[in-house]
Unconditional design. Structure first.
Length: 211
């Protein structure tokens, strides 16, 4: 998976190619959808039943897909197992930048309830992933604010939407601001999987074209 990121491949299509054993250019839209759903849902502890509910797969097919997924990417299973154990042992997990998410329910009588315990584990597995993404975006926002100000630009960040930043940019500043935003966001934090940024421009959010 890291190699696919390094090659700049569509990670969901790459996952589908690896799981289904087909060339990347022969992955079907349906296969990519299944792989995309699994890539996102695996950190929530998706089961065969859950995957079948989200895709066109039967539960038997979904069970087989998840088993193949973990055989193909064994480090993901290791991460899940290690994170569950860590959350149980210390009562919290951390993002890469050190922000903690506590799970007191794992140390209480309520943890004896299977549903409560499993929900806490799912959140613990997901928290370092989504939490780190949120941390990185905050770093990018901080750095971009300073760089816009240091250059005396009138362009301003006006909105954050999940992993996107919306800016108001005077037309004459666009040639300078677009590469600055891309460089700042892609360089916010060094990961083994390179950060990639897609930039779009338009007079409103509906009419946007890629840069």
């Amino acid at each position: 998976m890291l190699a696919a990121f390094a090659r700049g491949e569509d990670i969901h299509a790459s996952t589908a190619a690896a799981i289904y054993g087909v060339p990347l250019d022969q992955v079907t839209p349906q296969q990519r959808r299944v792989a995309k759903t699994t890539n996102f849902a695996i950190s929530y502890g998706v089961t065969g039943y859950g995957l079948s509910e989200r895709t066109e797969l039967t539960q038997q097919e979904a069970d087989a897909f998840i088993q193949t997924y973990f055989r193909t990417y064994p480090r993901i299973q290791e991460y899940i197992d290690e994170t569950r154990a860590l959350a149980q042992k210390q009562g919290y997990v951390e993002t890469l930048l050190g922000r903690r998410r506590y799970f007191p329910e794992l140390g209480t009588q309520a943890a004896a309830q299977h549903s409560v315990r499993e929900q806490a584990y799912r959140m613990a597995i997901n928290a370092p992933i989504q939490g780190t993404a949120a941390d990185i975006l905050k770093v990018a926002m901080r750095d971009l604010w300073h760089r816009l100000a240091d250059r005396g630009l009138r362009s301003r960040m006006i909105l954050q939407v999940h992993d996107e930043l919306v800016l108001e940019v005077p037309e004459e500043e666009l040639p300078a601001v677009a590469p600055l935003v891309r460089e700042t966001m892609e360089g916010a934090y060094q990961l083994r999987a390179p950060l990639k940024v897609d930039a779009k421009v338009g007079r409103n959010w509906l009419d946007m074209t890629p840069l």
